[in-house]
Design a protein around this ligand. Structure first.
Ligand code: NDP
Length: 480
């Protein structure tokens, strides 16, 4: 597949004519090419988005909604094809892409297409003196930059509210996983989406991402990715006073009290540790277990982890697929080595795997490590792979201290049947999201995002529509 940019409603080769190889993580084979675009392509896309802005922003909410619902509908019609493409491009089990990634991309468009119909502006009454009303206006050209772990899911999670609010968009998917963003541009074309409203430019962070976030005509940036990249983007955006939303890394605690529903906790912890090969920003990579349950938990968990089926993503029986790239595989294996140097014990996993028929692919055995303290690098740095650590705690206070002992604060999971403790712990964990007795249950109306080094701002529901609009207060005097 030779991917093209999508600018001003047209498929376009990169101005420099250069392409990068696109690799299938399942086999390590190059199976396509993606544009190695540069500043010239970015500038063209921004110009197209600027040109389209007056028309798109002046449509009624119902008209924008209708355009977006057609995209959602077409994603549904092409769901299996999109899921197969996502799985091939990213290495994730096709079952996961079919059940989670692509349905969520469809829902992102549908959710914001309908949310905008319910978005009322506020008024503030001052009695006989007068009143205020607050208009929320679209801002202009928005930059949307997304990572490779949930490619179409996260790409559309920022694009949809930006468009619904009346902005036009220049979007850059990760160069590692461009396929479904390209298929989305085909869908835009098929449904006759207005030209220039959503432009998609493929290429690397330095060559496409940086010119995009640096451009003076892009006042808003919505970014999901690593904390270091987020810091780099902030340093570019801050002196230009750009509006910035950053969804960054995590090192999420999974806090398990001895009184939990053991079977449900065990099943769910397997998911929260290894779903998508552990490459979900919300995965719980630090498992904290109350001491009376510790030995039982470690034994039962390790047994279940060993039984996970690691294999080709296109095999419907696969539970854990390939990690996204050779570099990423090397990074994960490096951390497993480091964990051992730091005194950790590998309870299971710990090495690369070479499934039959996919020997060139990038697989890592699901890995469980015990015996580390919270201060070590393995417990402080985001690995973003199928690797978890387990530590015991003796009291609620210690559990909280351990849970809060990293620079990150994205999500946490708490397992207990004690209602008061559940509320107390949830309230005191430093994170943007806490699940009690479950994981990854998402309601798109809720605020989504992290604290500390996990990000700035919130996505989801009306939070996102507020972010992608500029409030303007107007006072009307009623006095004589
Ligand atoms: P990166 O930060 O490396 O990349 C994210 C995106 O930014 C990619 O599209 C990348 O392009 C682009 N980019 C890279 N450098 C620049 C730059 N200088 N200027 C502008 N754009 C740039 O993250 P990963 O793709 O490795 O994704 C994994 C990270 O994402 C993890 O840290 C994970 O925790 C985080 N994440 C956070 C989520 C959240 O909601 N908080 C959700 C999902 C993931 P390219 O890939 O082409 O280099």
């Amino acid at each position: 597949m030779r991917i093209q940019n999508y600018i001003d409603g047209q498929f376009a080769a990169p101005a420099n004519g250069a392409y990068l190889p696109n690799v299938a993580p399942a086999t390590g084979e190059v199976y396509g090419e993606i544009p190695d675009s540069g500043a010239e392509d970015v500038a063209r896309a921004i110009a197209a988005a600027q040109k389209a802005f007056p028309l798109w922003s002046n449509l009624t909410a119902a008209e924008r909604s209708a355009h977006m619902l057609r995209v959602s509908q077409r994603i549904e019609e092409r769901l299996d094809e999109l899921a197969a493409a996502e799985s091939k491009d990213n290495g994730k089990p096709v079952k996961l892409a079919t059940r989670v990634d692509i349905p969520r991309a469809r829902d992102n468009f549908a959710f914001y297409a309908t949310a905008i119909l319910h978005d009322a502006s506020e008024s503030h009454d001052m009695g006989a003196q007068g009143f205020n009303y607050t208009l929320r206006r679209p801002i202009g050209v928005v930059a949307c930059i997304s990572p490779w772990n949930l490619p179409l899911y996260l790409f559309t999670w920022k694009i949809a509210p930006a468009l619904a609010a009346g902005n036009t968009v220049v979007a850059k998917p990760s160069e590692v996983t461009p396929a479904t963003a390209y298929l989305l541009s085909e869908i835009l074309d098929e449904v006759g989406f207005p030209a220039g409203v959503l432009n998609i430019v493929h290429g690397t962070g330095p060559n496409v991402g940086e010119p995009l976030v640096s451009h003076p005509e892009v006042p808003v940036i919505s970014f999901t990715g690593g904390t270091a990249t987020g810091a780099r983007i902030s340093s570019i955006a801050a002196p230009m006073f750009k509006k910035l939303s950053l969804e960054l890394g995590g090192k999420n605690p999974n806090v398990i009290f001895a009184d939990c529903d053991f079977d449900k906790m065990l099943r769910t912890t397997l998911q929260s540790s290894f779903a998508n090969q552990g490459q979900i920003c919300l995965c719980g990579s630090r498992i904290l277990v109350e001491r009376p349950l510790y030995d039982r938990f470690v034994a039962a968990f390790v047994e279940k982890v060993k039984a996970l089926k690691v294999g080709r993503p296109d095999d419907p029986a696969t539970q854990v697929g390939a990690v996204v790239s050779k570099d990423h595989q090397a990074k994960i294996l490096h951390y497993i080595q480091l964990a051992q140097e730091e005194g950790g014990t590998v309870e299971c996993g710990g090495q690369a795997l070479y499934p039959e028929g996919a020997e060139g692919g990038f697989y890592v055995a699901p890995t469980v490590i015990t015996g580390l303290n919270m201060g070590c690098r393995t417990n402080q740095e985001e690995i973003f792979g199928p690797v978890v650590t387990i530590q015991a705690f003796d009291s609620e206070a210690e559990a909280l201290a351990l849970a809060n002992a990293t620079k990150y604060g994205l999500a946490a999971t708490v397992w207990t049947e004690n209602l008061k403790r559940a509320h107390r712990v949830a309230a005191h964990i430093h994170s943007g999201i806490v699940w009690v007795n479950n994981w990854l249950v998402r309601d798109l109306r809720t605020p989504f995002g992290g604290v500390k080094a996990s990000g700035v701002g919130r996505e989801g529901g009306f939070e996102a529509l507020r972010f992608f609009t500029e409030p303007k207060n107007i006072y009307i005097d009623l006095g004589e």
